[in-house]
Design a protein around this ligand. Structure first.
Ligand code: SF4
Length: 394
């Protein structure tokens, strides 16, 4: 018999991972499968097979009876999906969970991977939010980063999004790339603002071991920007984007008023969500589970019946996750909610422990909410969170 959950634990969001890219960017360590510069869902048997397994996974996942309010197709490059593949995935989500009318349906897309027919098809299926992976507006930096698109592709993609009147669209930019100067970064910010998307995400490059960048560059060494320059880049983004009317609502995210990403808010507010596909994480019934990150293992896992085998997360880990995610939001966390969930004594302990950071002005309590200040607290979030982990991790 199906297990019942309390209402707050029932997901109404789903993440769907589409792990295919034309090539691997030099900084990327995501679970993806490289299909080559000409492949896409219409012609690739690898993508078709994956979509079949994804639908199988969706159909055997337990539904708790709440329809989906947000769906996020992330990757990888979801815009490599054929229109009928997206239709099949959405139909299986609709059949199995239900989708509320007007649900936020987001899709990550890369310039150069879709044409007018694709974006019209996706739009007609309900996609109403696009996150476009631009990363930089300088041809030489796109090359340095191993991106598979050109500057012309970026502007062509924006034109297509405008043509089909996608109501929400976001541009992703990366700071801290090798050879990237402060002037390059400023130019990218200005060009993004000139396009006037409803949302802009800013990511600071992390050099991951096992990537091409991990082999060629050492954090702190040239041609990577210095720590001082990356701090200036973060501050510059904050100034340029808030100056252009965007709200800095999360450490890495800016939105025009009323245009925040509802799906990502589910993660930051530590609310439950389903996850489907290779390497995708889910959070259901207080249990986090990450699916196998390699193609073969994921296929075997689905064929064996998608057994989710994980322990209930211990309460101290739930506390740390709540802090780590909630402090990413500009509005921070409600102390009252924190107290109701983890006890008043714990809230007092946290408050006392954070006193040195209150003194530095990195942490503050405004209208009953604990939050990092902007930009100082956000800039030093790693320090504050590392200290919280060390203190409350046991
Ligand atoms: S497009 Fe995204 S997922 Fe694909 S290789 Fe580049 S960074 Fe990784």
């Amino acid at each position: 018999m199906d297990k019942k959950l309390n209402f707050a634990s029932i997901p109404s969001s789903a993440y769907v991972h589409i792990p295919f890219c034309r090539r691997r960017c030099f900084y990327c360590d995501f679970p993806i499968f490289v299909v080559g510069d000409r492949s896409r869902g219409e012609t690739s048997s690898t993508i078709s097979h994956y979509v079949e397994l994804l639908i199988q996974e969706i159909s055997i996942t337990q539904s708790f009876g709440q329809p989906l309010k947000t769906i996020f197709f992330g990757g990888g490059t979801p815009s490599l999906l054929a229109i009928d593949q997206l239709q099949q995935i959405l139909a299986s989500l609709e059949r199995h969970f239900g989708i509320v009318p007007g649900a936020e349906i987001s899709m990550e897309m890369d310039p150069g991977t879709f044409d007018l027919a694709h974006i019209e098809g996706y739009r007609s299926l309900g996609v109403n939010r696009v996150s476009l992976g631009v990363q930089a507006f300088q041809a030489e930096l796109l090359k340095v980063a191993g991106r598979s698109h050109s500057i012309a592709d970026i502007f062509a993609a924006v034109e297509l999004l405008r043509k089909v009147e996608i109501p929400e669209f976001s541009l992703d930019l990366i700071s801290g790339l090798p050879h990237q100067s402060l002037e390059d970064w400023q130019d990218s910010l200005f060009q993004a603002v000139a396009i006037a998307p409803t949302h802009i995400s800013i990511y600071d490059l992390t050099i991951e071991p096992g990537t091409a960048f991990g082999r060629y560059y050492k954090p702190g060494d040239r041609p990577l920007p210095t720590d001082e320059t990356t701090v200036q880049m973060y501050q510059m983004a904050q100034q340029v984007l808030t100056g252009a009317g965007y709200e800095h609502y999360e450490i890495s995210n800016y939105a025009q008023p009323g245009h925040q990403c509802q799906h990502n808010r589910v993660y930051w507010e530590n609310r439950p969500y389903y996850g489907f596909g290779m390497g995708a994480a889910s959070y259901v019934d207080s249990k986090r589970f990450t699916r196998p990150r390699k193609t073969k293992e994921y296929y075997q896992w689905v064929e064996a019946g998608c057994i989710v085998d994980c322990e209930v997360t211990p309460v101290n880990e739930v506390l740390l996750e709540t802090l780590m995610l909630g402090l990413r939001l500009a509005e921070g966390l409600s102390l009252e909610t924190l107290g109701a969930e983890f006890g008043e004594k714990k809230v007092e302990d946290i408050h006392q422990f954070l006193q040195p950071y209150f003194d530095k002005g990195w942490v503050e309590v405004i209208e009953g909410r604990l939050r990092l200040s902007d930009p100082q607290g956000f800039l030093f979030s790693n320090v504050v969170l590392a200290e919280l982990f060390a203190e409350f991790g046991e």
